[in-house]
Design a protein around this ligand. Structure first.
Ligand code: XMP
Length: 519
């Protein structure tokens, strides 16, 4: 939502791996920000009318001919500028300084010493003191442009921070946006509030109103279909669109029989009763499970599920007369344009977040009202829209559902066992007050039988693996360090209450090298 009513910070991307974190830090402070590849920065600058500009780091060398530059207009505009790493080097060069080539860029922990006061670290860092930062070594500024002075140094970086306080241009050789620079978020806040005078006006209330107006303008009198999975993203998108265009929206819940215990029923109940939304509940379990029964290969299972989903969705959509628009809960991290190492801007869209192929096949346009939001912002919006907390805070659940938590062929019997065991595991986690501390917890039913003794008899039943991880974005994860008593309690309940499980194990693999799901 980039309207002139917001304070906006423009982040110009030179291809750093951590550019998105700059946007996170700015948005966390309540200020809207957009990441724009350097090639499109000038047009974005005119369109967004930002109050401040941040230049990201990047893998290139400013000493290479043809390497990226910031548009001159930002320096001419007189707006406050914060330049990080590669941004520092191009700023220095473009304003008349000198940069010398060094080694390949690498990250590392470093200590900086504050030499002089700066508006950037007012109230955070004191002159003469040392502070830890996450430094990027590589090319190095060797002569500052006129008007700049050194504000901090480190052993290897004589210009760790250099600024022209009068022009409000601040450059750092380190990365304030990463958590390894512990005070970095405070420096960014100083920049956007104290220096640039931004207001913390990026609220979900404002977003909601603007998003509704935008959806109305896009959809007009058209009809919108929304595939509802029960996940937070599609649910929030549906509620928002319903608020905008009412019964022009129809939701379709394709119940593939691979959902968690009571999941489909809960979603139907909530959307039909609490939100009074037109919702088609399609029970397609036979179709999906029938097709997956003999399939062992995890990738083929995924493809089968994707194909069937489109078939069922298309069929149901036709029954209700089709639609002009397809609503999707696509998020900002999925569409963010980033600078690829070959120099051209590349758009990364995770295919599993889209109902791949549908819009083309059915000649529909997309409505994606969450495209500007990060996951935690979607949760905040869900709260703003009145979705219940227990629903908003639910752990992520993959589109292919329990099929990827059942290595091997999928059968109703296995699904039943898995669903029951998983419900007990999650119940124990909730009782222990741990649910919100964990990114994702679930069970996996293994295609392995082991011997057990139950009462006087010998059993030969399955092994269930429990998984729980902490993570920020699902890209990396650590196993959750449960107390052994907790694990013992969960295992005993599962084995006693679920017929078909004779042994429970806990997965202590991090990602990498493991993935979160077992597939
Ligand atoms: P992995 O197993 O790759 O999973 O470490 C990372 C995160 O992504 C989720 N995941 C999916 N989410 N559709 C989704 O919406 C999918 O096909 C899918 N596959 C994995 C997974 O649950 C974890 O949170």
């Amino acid at each position: 939502m980039s309207t002139p009513t917001h304070s906006t910070v423009l982040i110009i991307d030179f291809g750093s791996q951590v550019t998105q974190l700059i946007a996170r830090r700015v948005r966390e402070a309540g200020v809207y920000s957009e990441v724009i590849p350097f090639q499109n920065a000038e047009a974005a600058f005119q369109r967004l009318k930002p109050k401040a500009v941040i230049l990201s780091g990047g893998p290139d060398s400013v000493t290479r001919e043809g390497s990226p530059r910031a548009p001159q207009v930002i320096f001419d505009s007189g707006l406050p500028i914060m330049s990080i790493c590669y941004g520092q080097q191009t700023t220095a060069l473009q304003l008349g300084g000198v940069v010398e080539g060094g080694h390949a860029a690498e990250f590392g922990r470093a200590e900086i010493t504050i030499k002089e006061k700066s508006a950037l670290f007012e109230g955070v860092w004191d002159v003469g003191q040392n502070y830890p930062v996450w430094m990027s070594h590589g090319d190095r500024v060797t002569q500052l442009p006129a008007g700049f002075t050194v504000k901090a140094t480190s052993e290897n970086a004589p210009f760790a921070i250099a600024s022209d306080e009068a022009r409000k241009i601040f450059t750092t050789m380190f990365h304030p946006e990463v958590v390894h620079t512990p005070d970095g978020a405070k420096l960014i806040r100083n920049f956007i509030f104290n220096v640039a005078g931004c207001k913390a006006d990026w609220t979900m209330k404002a977003f909601r109103e603007e998003a509704i107006a935008k959806i109305r303008a896009q959809v007009g009198k058209g009809r919108v279909l929304c595939g509802l999975s029960g996940g937070v993203d599609s649910s929030v998108a549906a509620v928002l669109i319903h608020e905008a265009v009412g019964d022009q929206l129809t939701c379709v819940l394709v119940d593939h029989g691979l959902m968690r215990q009571n999941e489909a029923a809960d979603v139907v109940e909530m959307f039909r009763k609490a939100y009074n939304m037109p919702l088609v509940h399609v029970d397609a379990a036979d179709e999906f499970i029938g097709a997956l029964e003999g399939e062992q290969d995890p990738e083929k299972k995924r493809k089968t599920i994707g194909r069937l989903f489109i078939d069922v969705f298309e069929r149901e959509a036709r029954k209700i007369g089709g639609a002009d628009f397809l609503a999707q809960g696509t998020l900002y991290p999925d569409v963010i344009e980033s600078v690829s190492f070959t120099g051209g801007p590349s758009v990364t869209i995770k295919s599993h977040h889209n109902v791949g192929g549908l819009p083309d096949r059915m000649n529909m346009k997309l409505v994606e009202p969450l495209r500007d939001l990060f996951k935690d912002e979607v949760r905040a919006l869900g709260k703003e829209l009145g979705l219940p907390d227990h629903f908003i805070g639910r752990h992520p659940f993959p589109g292919p559902g329990l099929a990827i938590r059942l290595p091997g062929g999928v059968t109703r019997e296995k699904l039943d066992i898995l669903r029951k065991a998983d419900a007990i595991y999650i119940d124990e986690i909730r009782k222990a007050g741990l649910y919100d501390k964990i990114w994702q917890a679930f069970s996996v039913l293994l295609p392995v039988h082991t011997v057990g003794v139950m009462g006087d008899g010998r059993t030969y039943d399955r092994v269930l693996a429990l998984r729980a991880v902490t993570s920020v974005d699902g890209m990396t994860a650590d196993f959750y360090p449960f107390d052994m008593n907790f694990l013992g309690r969960a295992a005993t309940r599962i084995i006693n209450e679920v017929k078909g499980v004779s042994r429970v194990v806990y997965d202590v693999t991090s990602k990498p090298p493991g993935t979160i799901e077992w597939e």
